[in-house]
Design a protein around this ligand. Structure first.
Ligand SMILES: C[S@@+](CC[C@H](N)C(=O)[O-])C[C@H]1O[C@@H](n2cnc3c(N)ncnc32)[C@H](O)[C@@H]1O
Length: 453
């Protein structure tokens, strides 16, 4: 138990990137779990380092006027939403401030205009994909749910999440009950024994399709016909069920082999009037409605012309290139994951697009192998994962000398780092336009257009 003399009184002044709050004590920065800017709290210092301390909020002495009641009963425990207790306007302002901070601190930029975040219309029920983990507690109890905040090794049983849909909550409860009733074991991340690893649910916003993807350890699913018959009869909205198997120790919800247990093995979403096939293992923006806005911002900044050749780097299932194809002469998409490339080719076909081709491989290898003159100064769109662009990829993009370069980023820190290299090579970046895709979480998506000077 903490004695009162171990507690300190702190004024929260800011929010940090990882959702923690920030205060100062004796000239040091303190990162706190809990607390909002403007609040005075009583906190316990739980870790002390040379340059910073970590603390836990015990009691709020003075409440922020922007604090609201979190809707979710799991809020204090769950690692998913960090800011459900902060009103949405303030969430947007903090995200904006974090982008400005990153550009300044990591990119050295002082005069880039950062537009206000494009907000969502519905801040709940917005995700089209959720990944739930199976877990076995020390007392052998099977759990199915989400990670406890800050814990890779602890899962709590989810009863209701407000980020996907009521239907998704029903699937989670049904699958957990089925595993318990049929005595199917859960995988243990420490011993690597046990069978059920993840339940991934993907659901479309516009076409009412729902994919259940069960990721397990190696081996056949026990009594699989019973599983499919009972699941589809209990939840008839399910349109496809997939079984992915993986024996890898790394804890990622991707299988080495995939089997379709029910339905076509994919779902199809509609974005900006085009249809997109989504496979279990291929990337698709997780907020369908806001993805349309994100792409809209990118296209506005790109300002495509009918004679342009576009390189869509990190193209996933081809969404960007396919939505651009009728506005430009030709598109070439590059993507690492084979499943995604397969989906991209089918997406082009179902949308009757014949001026797009895809290359499966690393972006940097593609750029190394392809002589710049063969690419002929294309317009370039990059949409890399959180790690951003590899310095070699940046070097090769610069060699291609695109006049127009649009960068979609899900990480302002790596964006700022990469933008610095691009501006050092002669590009200018007058403006950044962020789009809020993930309310209540600290995730940020932004678009920047670089001009060759
Ligand atoms: C943020 S997603 C963007 C996908 C797509 N542009 C979209 O909007 O749906 C990043 C994509 O890059 C792919 N990827 C990751 N590393 C890569 C690499 N080195 N080379 C090519 N693609 C890569 C991932 O598989 C993923 O599909």
């Amino acid at each position: 138990m903490t004695t009162p003399d171990k507690l300190v009184k702190l004024e929260i002044v800011d929010l940090a990137f990882d959702g923690k709050s920030v205060a100062h004590l004796n000239g040091k920065v303190v990162f706190l779990k809990g607390g909002l800017p403007g609040e005075t709290v009583e906190a316990e210092i739980v870790q002390s380092r040379r340059t910073f301390d970590k603390a836990l909020v015990h009691r709020i002495i003075k409440k922020s006027e922007h604090r609201i009641e979190a809707r979710c009963s799991h809020f204090n425990q769950c690692g998913g939403c960090t800011w459900q207790d902060l009103d949405y306007e303030q969430q947007l302002l903090f995200k904006h401030k974090q982008i400005v901070d990153c550009l300044e601190r990591l990119g050295g930029f002082k005069d880039i205009e950062v537009a206000p975040l494009l907000r969502v219309e519905e801040p709940f029920w917005y995700r089209n994909k959720m990944e739930f983990s199976f877990h076995v507690d020390d007392d052998d109890t099977l759990r199915l749910g989400l990670h406890e905040r800050g814990r890779f090794d602890r899962i709590f049983d989810l009863s209701k999440c407000y980020l996907q849909s009521e239907l998704s909550n029903q699937v989670v409860t049904w699958v957990r009950n089925f595993a318990l009733e049929n005595d199917i074991s859960a995988y243990n991340v420490k011993t690597h024994e046990g069978y059920l690893r993840f339940l991934v649910i993907r659901e479309t916003a516009r076409t009412d399709q729902l994919m259940v993807n069960l990721v397990t350890n190696q081996g056949d699913f026990p009594d699989v016909d019973k599983l499919v018959a009972e699941m589809t009869s209990a939840i008839p909205e399910i349109t496809t069920i997939i079984h992915n198997r993986t024996g890898k120790v790394s804890n990622v919800a991707v299988g080495e082999t995939e089997e379709i247990l029910f339905g076509p093995g994919y779902i199809e979403e509609e974005l900006s009037g085009r249809r997109f096939l989504i496979r279990a293992n291929s990337f698709f923006q997780t907020n369908s409605l806001q993805a349309e806005k994100l792409y809209g911002v990118a296209f506005e900044m790109l300002d495509p012309k009918p004679d342009e050749r576009v390189l869509d780097l990190f193209c996933g299932a081809g969404t960007i290139g396919i939505l651009l194809a009728d506005k430009v002469a030709e598109v070439l998409g590059v993507e690492l994951v084979e499943d995604a490339i397969e989906a991209a080719s089918r997406n082009a076909a179902i949308n009757d697009i014949d001026n797009i081709t895809f290359f499966c491989g690393h972006v940097r290898d593609f750029l190394k192998q392809t002589p710049p003159e063969q690419l002929g100064q294309p317009t370039v769109i990059v949409d890399p994962p959180r790690a951003g662009l590899h310095p070699k990829a940046i070097k090769r993009i610069i060699t291609v000398r695109p006049e127009k370069l649009v960068y979609i980023s899900c990480n302002p820190a790596t964006f700022a780092r990469d933008a610095k290299l691009l501006t050092e090579a002669g590009y200018t970046l007058p403006q950044v336009r962020p789009v809020d895709m993930f309310p209540h979480t600290m995730h940020i998506e932004l678009v920047g257009r670089f001009y060759r000077s």
